[in-house]
Design a protein around this ligand. Structure first.
Ligand code: ADP
Ligand code: ADP
Length: 225
């Protein structure tokens, strides 16, 4: 797996330039996208998950242009959007079962076994019969990452997942992501908190006003700032 972002720009209809000539190379492991509110992190992530078309530039996944391979790339993408919400009154396990059926897992038996594995992985097995909308904020966030992991994605994109979490839940969430990065997958984590990145990511970029101001390791970043 390899992602190359080449000369990517996003100009919105009001002429606002949310991304300006962004170039990045992302390899397996955990990649941190650090930046303050309004830096363009969500914009970049929406482009990566093919929800939005950039004004200029291209993303290459394993050398293939994303704009011409949306369907294939989508089949191995997992995404936790920043504003992930539950709309239905479903039990925690039912929510994941439903998400698994949307993801195309047709066999009920296969779905239920995947759901149990995911519930264990994110520490929600004991609350699997609780209604999803009654879970605590931290548990909801973990259910959010569980749905992003359905179907063993090779690229996992998580947008500001730790915002509003207490320190304990923040660490739990980081640990779930760290465990994932032991596989040959790319995980891209956006955050405005350096600590989220320094404790988990091997590579990072700093995005500010739509431009990349630093790429390298979190250790290098902390040393120079
Ligand atoms: P429009 O011509 O309708 O303004 P835009 O491309 O500007 O089209 O907006 C497209 C979508 O993005 C709309 O749903 C709009 O509400 C949303 N949007 C517009 N401005 C912002 C903003 N500053 N931040 C986030 N979303 C925005
Ligand atoms: P971040 O995730 O780093 O907070 P965003 O990508 O959400 O950054 O937003 C970057 C900038 O682009 C912000 O100033 C935001 O208001 C603006 N923006 C986002 N979406 C739209 C849109 N659809 N139309 C106009 N402006 C937008």
């Amino acid at each position: 797996m390899n992602i190359e972002i080449k000369d990517l720009s996003q100009v919105y209809k009001n002429d606002f330039r949310a991304l300006n000539r962004v170039n990045l190379e992302i390899n397996p492991g955990m990649f941190g996208l650090l930046g303050p509110n309004g830096a363009g992190k969500s914009t970049l992530m929406r482009i990566l998950v093919t929800l939005q078309k950039p004004t200029h530039g291209e993303v290459f996944v394993n050398g293939m242009p994303l704009s011409k391979n949306r369907k294939e790339v989508r089949s191995y993408l997992g995404y936790l959007p920043q504003d992930f919400r539950f709309f239905a009154k479903l039990r925690t396990w039912e929510f994941l079962d439903y998400a698994a059926s949307l993801a195309g897992i047709k066999s009920k038996k296969q779905r239920l076994s995947a759901v149990d594995d995911l519930l264990e992985q994110v520490g929600l097995f004991d609350v699997r019969n609780r209604f999803a909308n009654k879970l605590s904020g931290g548990m909801k966030r973990r259910l959010g990452i569980a749905q992003a992991l359905i179907g063993d994605p090779k690229i996992i994109i998580v947008d500001e997942p730790t915002t509003g979490l207490d320190p304990e839940e923040r660490i739990r969430f980081r640990n779930i992501l760290s465990n994932l990065s032991q596989k040959e997958v790319i995980i891209i984590l956006s955050t405005h908190i350096v600590g989220d990145i320094s404790s988990t990511c091997s590579q990072m970029a700093l995005l500010n006003s739509g431009e990349v101001h630093f790429t390298g390791s979190p250790e290098q970043f902390i040393k120079q700032s």
